[in-house]
Design a protein. Structure first.
Length: 929
């Protein structure tokens, strides 16, 4: 890309967007040699909004809570009665606020002179005063803040040092702490920052507003007080609300930034050192930076390799990484709990008690999924004893309501609805199965194999392994050894399609034909190219080859269900094996599941099993002898049904289920393999694989690894990716059937070397009866310029952008008024904070019926991989001076975001910030042409 295109968009001469969200923002470039075409006719531009209509009004016409008010604040006097509630708030210069001129009169009461306390420590010796910043040692009372969490109580300054955010904000985010107190000698005194209205102390929620007629400010939380206009009947201008933290620093009128001299004298500390010391503080709160230098502290694990000498080395590298991830997952889940829950009780079809409660996603790093195990607790009262029970999540609603099916129904306090608590119950099953698969791979030579040949070892020259006898071709391929290319000698079918499936295109036929002849293959399925249909057709032909049962896996239950449904359509007998914890979870392929088939197997020899099952359903439990008999009969029936299947479908982790322990599968297909870790993929492969097919797309998002240390060591790299790096060329599907041709152009050129062809025409992707005002009617896409500032979300670990959220609602409303139904619209964003804020904002402020907005799916970009909607609205969120674009830097995430829409897409973002990244720069250029 031309280097000139890496320049920033210059928005200095653009009109302010805080008051009119639908003003056209034409880009003024940074010089005459800047090669973006200049906008002259907004009607022909896809980067600006068309003429405002009734549904696309100024935000100020509906309350203004999403307005983007930016300011340079002046120190002001405290709000009456708010010394501890709202703090004795003042202001100075800062990017988060600009008050009216009349407030300047309050400045004289505040003193921002240096206190000289920086002389109270000697740099490098750790001999700091109590209130010195624990990172750098700055101790000026005007510049430091105390973390007010009782188990912490450490002091930090408002300096960025060598990091992108201030030291206090860095600590709060990494430690997941949210309360602070100012120093007693600071200009505002020893003040705990909290909401004037409700007392909320979460600094990531706090902001300030000014009185309309007095020289005072008050602190108010964003949720719920600002959102519900808590002070609307008082003399406060709610539209002027600004967060206390701006660009990851506290506003300067609240906490002063140390002088340049103070910062030069302070300890110079890197973001990496901060991460390490914060980890150390979790187990040793008194640890210092000197402790980081001690042997054995924070040692990095061995990184993954491209090639391994043998399976023992492979196990020795991956086993510690899986343990790191398991330990981190356990720590995270066991630290998550929720108190004061309100419960709604119900009884399921199986007569078990079901508890419904709201579990907000934004408050938790962990994402609940059906099948998760939770412990519900009640501490008891005068009329009820203390009680607890474990259950499985069977349903999650769009309104963040969780349905928890309890294991035991005895003693459940169903007449109580308030005061419950819930904890995660950590289970090691998935990690144990990965470790077990790696051990099997290392010690069992027949766990993965290859082609059966009659000769003995043929050659070993030039480092190339070529085995005869019991050929361990796949074993060597997985370890990265150079092996002679081998072909599978099977009779090929006359036609490569399958009954019940659409006809295959040329690239799909080539993929099926090639894979049937190879021991190990990679199929790359770009968005919308029909990889599920291709995989189902391939499994059909594998099953017809007479090599035994085919095992079909994927890392996610959704992908397994989709593939099982398609394979079943070909006429093959499919068994969908579910984890026992998910048997109560509704499934689109319920009739294919093993537990369903066991319950509904209508044969005379199963009458005793059915009687015991009915008795168990009615009574809740059986006698010990009947329970023993029931389990034996059920196991035998499960084995009988599984053995009669042509294809068994399960998750990768599910392949380690004890019910498959005695099965051997010569042919294994793993869908979405690029979203699975290597050890996860290994679980199905060690069941005797001789022919392996990995389906995925390494140009989209990979596995989710929670432990950063494990991710840095390479656990986030999939087996598919490593084989590509070793030179295994994926067979790429090339015809996309999802996107309007203009929507597929940029992803094809940017991620797939321009190889994607369109299987749908412009006419097939033109909406009939939809009157949406696209800037260019035959190009249903545009970039909607937003200059509203990002804010840190309530969790402290995510972001939101209120201006973008307000405009998302207006775009959604315009779609709805244009004739689009809610199920056709998807709103996606990289940030959980923005997702939660958009849901709440549309529910409260939507111009149409509230139910319409509840039916619209609002999700993270990552969770939308593999999904599609007719219309996609992408909220980019990031808008700052120093923080960059975070998640949006990942080209794979951008690829996913741009390829979810079938008929049209609207992107909201700040081009000045986004254009710093070359790929986004290219996208903006594409949208301007």
């Amino acid at each position: 890309m031309d280097s000139q295109q890496n320049n920033l968009f210059d928005t200095a001469s653009q009109p302010d967007t805080g008051n009119d969200a639908y003003t056209f923002l034409e880009f003024n470039t940074q010089g005459e040699d800047f090669d973006y075409p200049e906008f002259r006719d907004p009607i022909r531009s896809s980067v600006a909004w068309p003429t405002p209509s009734d549904s696309l009004a100024d935000p100020s016409e509906r309350g203004g809570t999403g307005s983007d008010h930016q300011s340079d604040a002046s120190p002001v006097s405290a709000a009456p009665g708010s010394a501890t509630k709202g703090g004795r708030s003042g202001s100075g210069s800062g990017s988060g606020s600009q008050m009216v001129d009349s407030l300047a009169a309050g400045m004289s009461g505040l003193n921002f002179e240096d206190t000289g306390d920086d002389d109270n420590y000697e740099f490098g010796k750790g001999d700091f005063t109590e209130h010195a910043c624990r990172y750098c040692g700055v101790s000026n009372p005007a510049c430091v803040v105390r973390c007010n969490v009782p188990s912490c109580r450490k002091w930090f300054c408002n300096s960025r040092g060598n990091t992108s955010g201030s030291h206090i904000v860095n600590h709060l985010v990494r430690a997941k702490h949210k309360e602070v107190c100012l120093h007693k000698d600071s200009p505002l005194g020893e003040t705990i920052l909290e909401c004037y209205n409700c007392g909320c102390r979460n600094v990531f929620l706090l902001g300030f507003i000014s009185a309309k007629t007095e020289s005072v400010v008050v602190l108010l939380c964003r949720e719920p007080c600002l959102s519900v206009n808590a002070l609307k009947d008082m003399n406060w201008d709610l539209s002027q609300w600004c967060p206390l933290i701006d660009d990851r620093c506290f506003l300067q009128w609240l906490v002063k930034i140390p002088s340049e001299q103070e910062q030069l004298r302070a300890r110079q500390i890197s973001a990496q050192q901060i991460n390490k010391v914060e980890e150390l503080w979790k187990t040793n709160p008194d640890a210092s930076f000197e402790d980081l230098e001690k042997p054995g502290v924070d040692d990095e694990p061995q990184s993954v390799a491209l090639k391994y000498e043998d399976a023992y080395q492979y196990q020795n590298v991956f086993a510690p990484l899986i343990k790191l991830e398991a330990d981190y997952d356990k720590m995270m889940k066991e630290s998550q709990s929720k108190d004061n829950l309100t419960i709604r009780w119900d009884i399921g079809l199986n007569k078990k008690r079901v508890a419904y409660f709201v579990f907000p996603k934004e408050d938790n790093e962990l994402r609940l999924v059906p099948g998760d195990e939770l412990r519900l607790r009640y501490s008891g009262d005068a009329a009820h004893p203390s009680w607890q029970s474990v259950g499985h999540v069977i349903k999650l609603t769009a309104q963040e309501e969780v349905a928890l099916e309890l294991r035991a129904s005895q003693g459940v306090p169903v007449d109580v609805n308030h005061g419950f608590s819930v904890d995660f119950v950590w289970k090691s099953t998935s990690f144990d199965r990965m470790q077990g698969a790696m051990k099997t791979f290392a010690v069992d030579e027949t766990s993965v194999s290859g082609l059966w040949l009659l000769a003995k070892i043929l050659t070993y020259k030039h480092g190339v392994v070529a085995y005869g006898g019991y050929n361990r071709y796949i074993y060597h391929h997985l370890l990265g050894h150079e092996v002679e290319v081998q072909m599978v000698r099977n009779a090929l079918p006359r036609r490569f399609g399958a009954p019940g499936l659409p006809e295959l295109n040329a690239s799909q036929v080539f993929a099926v034909k090639s894979v049937l002849q190879r021991p190990i293959s990679l199929i790359q399925g770009p968005p919308g190219t029909g990889k599920t249909v291709t995989s189902a057709a391939l499994v059909y032909h594998m099953a017809k080859q007479g090599q035994g049962q085919v095992l079909v896996c994927a890392p996610s239950n959704v992908a397994v269900d989709q593939l099982a449904e398609k394979i079943s359509a070909t006429g093959l007998k499919v068994v969908r094996l579910c984890a026992k914890s998910r048997e109560a979870v509704s499934s689109p392929v319920e009739h294919l599941t093993l537990h369903y088939q066991v319950r509904h197997l209508d044969t005379s020899d199963k009458s005793e099993l059915h009687k015991l099952q009915q008795l168990k359903d009615e009574q809740g439990e059986l006698s010990s002898s009947d329970e023993k008999k029931y389990k034996a009969l059920k196991r035998a029936t499960e084995r009988e049904i599984s053995q009669s299947a042509d294809v068994i479908c399960c998750t990768c982790v599910g392949a380690g289920d004890p019910r498959l322990a005695n099965f051997r599968f010569r042919q294994v297909l793993i869908d979405e393999s690029t979203q699975a870790t290597e050890p996860e993929c290994l679980i199905p492969l060690v069941l005797g694989a001789k022919q392996v097919v990995l389906v995925g797309d390494h140009c989209q998002l990979g596995p989710v690894i929670m432990c950063k240390k494990a991710a840095r060591a390479g656990l986030a790299q999939s087996l598919f990716e490593r084989l590509v790096l070793l030179g295994v060329k994926p067979i790429r599907l090339q015809v996309q059937y999802r996107m309007h041709p203009c929507l597929s152009e940029f992803p094809s050129n940017s991620f797939y070397e321009g190889t994607l062809q369109n299987g749908v025409t412009v006419n097939e992707r033109q909406s009939t009866g939809i009157d949406f005002p696209w800037p260019v009617p035959n190009r249903p896409m545009f970039f909607y310029v937003q200059m509203g500032q990002e804010e840190i979300s309530a969790s402290g670990t995510s972001y939101l952008n209120r201006t973008e959220a307000a405009n998302v609602e207006k775009i959604v409303t315009t779609f709805l008024k244009s004739g689009v139904v809610p199920s056709q619209i998807g709103v996606i964003t990289p940030y959980e904070g923005q997702r939660a804020y958009i849901v709440n904002y549309m529910s409260r402020n939507g111009a149409l019926r509230q139910q319409l907005y509840k039916e619209i799916e609002v999700a993270s970009v990552d969770s939308f991989q593999g999904r599609e909607k007719d219309y996609i609205i992408l909220s980019c969120v990031r808008s700052n001076e120093h923080q960059g674009i975070g998640f949006l830097n990942d080209p794979r995430r951008l690829n996913v975001a741009l390829t979810r829409a079938r008929y049209g897409i609207v992107i909201l973002g700040n081009p000045k910030v986004l254009s710093k990244q070359p790929l986004w720069n290219g996208l903006l250029t594409h949208y301007k042409c």
